[in-house]
Design a protein around this ligand. Structure first.
Ligand code: 13P
Length: 336
């Protein structure tokens, strides 16, 4: 077993998943201002530190994705953030893309940037304790989109990124996110997501990426947010499994879904059924941002010194996600 494969498995095994706490300062500012908390570097650290030192973190989180600001911060007890994460048994990860920009010659679509100087930045992050990384390609669905140009160029960037990350002894999370926005049907999401993922693997293979040392972070197969179709959680799980079974090479050790704007409950219900019905050999778990943090953030905003109340909410959410990663979540446990 390669070292990279071991790291990937450690992050996603035994019902553990990933806490995606890598919101950029811009995104985190929006999240904090929405609950009337001032977005200072100190407050951003305070909220994250509360989560990273919780019991839920020890029991249910195998890896945490950080943003550049956070990995460079010192905890209020004086240690490094990476040491705080390791002390709970989780692995430190870092977002290394520099964001999605307008795609030249198809400006309504996005291309993710950040390849220039990446090798040097990776060395710095490794020295700060990171052992895995994230890069997110983003695709929108409409009649014309995603275009072949967006599918091809984002897959190429994801593959070049992954090769550099493995060269620097870290596990790349490959995140092609087909957005929920739009009124498209679940079948359109299935078709477009399949095309996007297949192209990513064509490029990863071309770039000689070791597929046993990556984690795929896809969207689930859902109808568009503005669509009126009523799709059951069962259908979401079946279509998601079918898409991944047909598009992902079997060497890939783990798949960790993004929540992508689903509510906390929808995100666990769907993951739970995906695991109950899992007819693949992939480990299927979570790499949630909003679906792990939303309620905790709301509670914290009412009194930012009440650490226990915030941790209690996070402990419950992470426990529900972990149960879903084992196919053992239920409404009764949710409401207990
Ligand atoms: P959400 O779960 O909030 O979609 O965030 C996951 C993530 O890391 C998006 O890149």
């Amino acid at each position: 077993m390669s070292e990279l494969n071991k790291i990937a498995l450690k992050i996603v095994s035994n019902g553990k998943g990933i806490l995606a706490a890598d919101e950029s300062n811009g995104t985190m500012t929006k999240r904090l201002e929405a609950v009337n908390v001032t977005s200072t570097a100190e407050n951003r650290l305070l909220f994250r530190e509360i989560l990273f030192s919780s019991d839920g973190m020890k029991e249910h989180i195998g890896g945490v994705i950080l943003y550049d600001e956070t990995i460079n911060q010192t905890t209020s007890f004086g240690g490094s953030i990476s040491d705080l994460i390791s002390s709970s048994g989780a692995i430190t990860g870092i977002k290394v893309d520099t964001g999605a920009k307008d795609l030249a010659n198809s400006p309504e679509e996005k291309i993710t940037e950040g390849l220039d100087g990446l090798r040097e930045r990776l060395k710095k992050y490794y020295n700060l304790g990171a052992r895995f990384t994230k890069w997110r390609g983003v695709y929108k669905i409409s009649e014309k989109y995603p275009s072949n140009l967006a599918i091809h160029s984002n897959a190429h960037a994801l593959a070049r990124y992954s090769a550099l990350v493995q060269e620097n002894l870290m596990v790349p999370i490959v995140e092609p996110e087909v957005l929920m926005d739009g009124n498209h049907s679940i079948d359109t999401c299935f078709k477009k997501t399949s095309e996007v993922i297949k192209k990513c693997f064509d490029e990863l293979i071309l770039h000689k990426v070791d597929l046993t040392g990556i984690i795929l972070k896809p969207n689930m197969i859902l109808a568009g947010k503005q669509s009126n179709d009523k799709i059951s959680n069962e259908e979401v799980s079946q279509k998601t499994l079918e898409c991944l079974k047909n598009s992902v090479p079997s060497e890939v050790p783990g798949i960790a879904f993004l929540s992508g704007g689903q509510s906390e409950i929808e995100a666990v219900k769907n993951l739970n059924l995906i695991n109950k019905n899992n007819n693949t050999k992939f480990i299927m778990t979570y790499s949630y941002g909003r679906a792990l943090q939303q309620s905790a953030l709301k509670t914290w905003s009412k009194n930012i010194t009440d650490i226990k109340a915030t941790q209690n909410i996070f402990d419950h959410r992470s426990k529900m996600c972990s149960l879903a990663a084992k196919g053992k979540w239920s409404n009764e446990l949710e409401n207990k």
